[in-house]
Structure formats: structure tokens, C-alpha cells
Design a protein. Sequence first.
Length: 175
Amino acid sequence: MSEQFDIRQANREDAKLLADLAYTTFWDAFAHHPKNAPDDLNHYMRQAFSLEQITAELADTKSIFLIAELDGEPAGYAKIIIDNIEPGITADRPIELNRLYSHQRFLGQGVGQRLMDACFKRAEQENRDVMWLGVWEYNPRAQRFYEKNGFRVVGRHTFVLGSDPQTDLLMKKNL
């Protein structure tokens, strides 16, 4: 069985595809966690993954979306942001890994790792010195994935899901 795997940079024509993919993958990752109230989750998702919001993010020249496709079907995506930084992160030329999600049915098929590798490659092309991210304190699977890729915890920040202030671990990797 031969699978065709591609990663490409998204463009403005991908806004609907990305909005749908972002909504579905976030829902799959977090909807069934007991710490997430359904109203807060729904409120956040309606704002963060609306077609208008994704279109605006695609128009931002500092934001780069990468789409992973397996046999021509969207399998996951990543979003990195050039020169984005916050307290707790030390860097001259930072890049934030803002999102990295795989479609549920492709989990375990290397989609996340291939996206991560593509983000590292793009960071190198952009001459970045540090990649950083925020990962929910109650997401140990993602934490292990990032640790395996060389990230280490350097602090915490608040991520507001609807009306619920949640704690993310800040992780960074020197490039």
C-alpha cells in the first residue's frame, strides 16, 4: 500500500479547508476532556476557527500555515508565527508554534511528526533562533511529543477558553 504524503503552505484559497480542519481537530482533541465546559469550548471554537478569523490569519504575513495531506486528503495542519514572543521566552529571532493538530483518523501515522519536522525546516529557512509554544497542562500526550522533539518547559501562561482561564506550559527549543 503506497500512501502519498505532502506538506504544503496554505494560501488564502485554503481558508474554508483550514477553518473546517482547525474546528474538527480542536474538537476531537479537547471536547471530551472533563476540564472543558461545553459552553466555553463552543464559544472559543466559534471565534477562533470561523472562516473570517482564519481568513484574517492567512492574510497576516507573519503567520504561516502548513497543511499535511495524505493521499490528497487533509490530515493535519500547523501554524507558526514569525517574531511572536511573550514573557518567559528569550530569543533574538523567535518563532511560535501556535498550532499543530492531526485529524483523529490519522493519529499514529506520523502526521504530527512530519508537520513538526516541516515547522523546524521552515524556522531554519526563516533564520529563527528559538521555537516556542504553549501546551495545555492537562495534555500529557502533546507534552511528551514536544519533549521528544527537544522542547523544554520554561514557564507558564494563561490561555482563555471561552470564559475559563486555563494554564499552558511554555516550552521552547533553541534552534
